[in-house]
Design a protein around this ligand. Structure first.
Ligand code: 4AD
Ligand code: MG
Length: 472
């Protein structure tokens, strides 16, 4: 017999017929009712066993059941499988299996990331993650973008922050040295210094200068020692790059993109989001009243879909922050120093959560605090940057219009003391047929956090990488 997926059985597929289901036992109640899950739905299939089968079933056991799908007499499910036979495919010794049918802390579950996916919570989060990824490709396909794969190993540091993981096959202990005593990378695998990419943007720009509109969706790596609930050392980024687009177009693209993928997940993961909504409400109720979210999860998602993002210049934002109650009462851990400072996450969240009460697009940042490739404004002080800030998350998108003028870009590269030689191919885009263009990067895990209501980025990626941790 061919197996039927539990998601189909729950809809009544095969009603009245002999069917077969495979899955993992969640619970075995009263030595009679098996709650079976095969990953196809957050909901379990109830399998009714009968005396004489003499079953010893524990949470985690993998089984194959055959029987008849019937309308259920009991509450809680429409259909159930009345079993003829139950075959054990893989035992799970209850004395050793770490997941018990009770609530475990997220910290504990992180230590068993290879098993946490068997919980309702992680099943829901990872199904939503997968669906969001499919929504990403669908959005860009509908808009005529090409999917572009940036290299993972590269010699460049797009963001110029120096937070890179080196890629080398040279021996650590006695690496070959040049005449100055520095490591001689000409002896290395690639005959040059290389690192894991921090962003696929520079390469994507070269493709946008031929294909018009492209996007990357791949892993990126940052060796920043940020032990926060919003940073990972390995995360996935989506980076569209569009020729003939200015900053306004870029903002429109970013806002439409986020709205589309959130709507897509709500449409395709309704059961999971309903589960996550209930969990979110429970978690919020444990917090002190002042810290509670004033909206439920589904309410927050709908709010995003149906409200315009507020567009505010960096200069206006600094004024708002300087005049804020939080600043005057000394509530910020990092007091607002004034124009030119980089915003801390607490400042971003103040603007979004307290001042505007909606997502905010901040634009025209001081050139000093932004990357070399952003387009210089006429004022000589600011660049055409934009960050999209989200409630509970802070920065979810960072992007800009790019500097397409060769002379202005070269001056920037020289002023920053960047190595022109390693950037020759990037500079060629400006040398040959340069065009105005824009793009941004969305941190995929931050999006998954927002949609699932999870509070820690380590719980929305299968095997998180962060300082002191690369298990699994
Ligand atoms: O603002 P960032 O650094 O921008 C870039 O990398 C540009 N090259 C993007 C572009 O214009 N094509 O990063 C973009 C986004 C951030 O807004 C944030 O959502 C996410 O990537 N991000 C991280 N997410 C998780 N962990 C980290 N350590 C992250 N650093 C950035
Ligand atoms: Mg940024």
């Amino acid at each position: 017999m061919k197996r039927t997926k539990i998601s189909d059985l729950l809809k009544g597929k095969g009603l009245g017929e002999k069917v077969m289901a495979n899955g993992w036992v969640r619970t075995f109640r009263n030595d009679m009712f098996i709650a079976l899950n095969d990953g196809s739905s957050i909901k379990n299939l109830q399998c009714v066993t009968h005396e004489g089968q003499n079953l010893k079933l524990y949470a985690g056991t993998c089984i194959c059941v055959e029987g008849t799908l019937k309308e259920s007499q009991g509450k809680g499910q429409d259909y159930e499988l009345v079993t003829d036979s139950v075959t054990i495919l893989g035992e799970a010794d209850p004395a050793q299996y770490p997941l018990q049918p009770k609530e475990h802390s997220l910290e504990f579950l992180r230590e068993i990331a290879h098993l946490r996916i068997r919980t309702n919570l992680f099943g829901a989060v990872m199904r939503v993650r997968s669906t969001l990824a499919q929504g990403v490709h669908k959005f860009f396909a509908e808009r005529g973008f090409y999917y572009f794969n940036a290299p993972i190993i590269t010699g460049s540091d797009c963001e110029g922050a120096g937070e890179m993981f080196g890629v080398s096959v040279l021996p650590h202990a006695d690496a070959p040295k040049d005449e100055n005593g520095a490591v001689d990378f000409s002896k290395d695998f690639f005959a040059r210094q290389t690192n894991l990419t921090v962003s696929g943007q520079l390469e994507a720009e070269t493709y946008a200068m031929a294909l018009g509109q492209v996007y990357t969706f791949g892993p990126t790596f940052r060796a920043e020692n940020s032990n926060t609930s919003r940073h990972l050392a390995e995360f996935w980024m989506i980076e569209p790059e569009v020729a003939f687009a200015d900053l306004e177009d870029n903002m429109e693209l970013g806002e439409s993109f986020i709205k589309y993928v959130i709507g897509y997940a709500m449409e395709h993961c309704a059961d999971d989001i309903a589960f996550l909504d209930a969990r979110f409400a429970k978690e919020e109720s444990k917090k002190p009243t002042a810290e509670r979210s004033d909206m439920g999860l589904t309410e927050k998602l709908n709010f995003i879909l149906h409200n315009d993002f507020k567009r505010v210049s960096y200069t206006e934002a600094i004024d708002i922050l300087l005049n804020s109650k939080a600043q005057k009462k000394g509530k910020f851990k990092y007091p607002v120093e004034g124009w030119g400072m980089d915003l801390q996450s607490e400042h971003e969240r103040y603007l979004v959560e307290k001042h505007f009460g909606c997502p905010v697009i901040l634009y025209d940042y001081p050139s000093e605090i932004k990357a070399f490739y952003m387009r210089q404004n006429e004022d000589g002080k600011t660049v055409r940057a934009m960050d999209i800030l989200f409630p509970g998350i802070g920065e979810i998108i960072g992007g800009s219009q790019r500097e397409e003028r060769m002379d202005v870009l070269m001056k920037k590269v020289n002023d920053l003391g960047m190595d022109e030689k390693t950037l020759w191919w990037y500079l060629d885009t400006r040398r040959f047929g340069s065009a105005p263009h824009s793009g941004f990067g969305l941190g995929f895990e931050r999006l998954v956090m927002f949609v699932t209501g999870m509070g820690n980025i380590r719980d929305v990626i299968p095997f998180p990488r962060y300082p002191q941790n690369a298990e699994f």
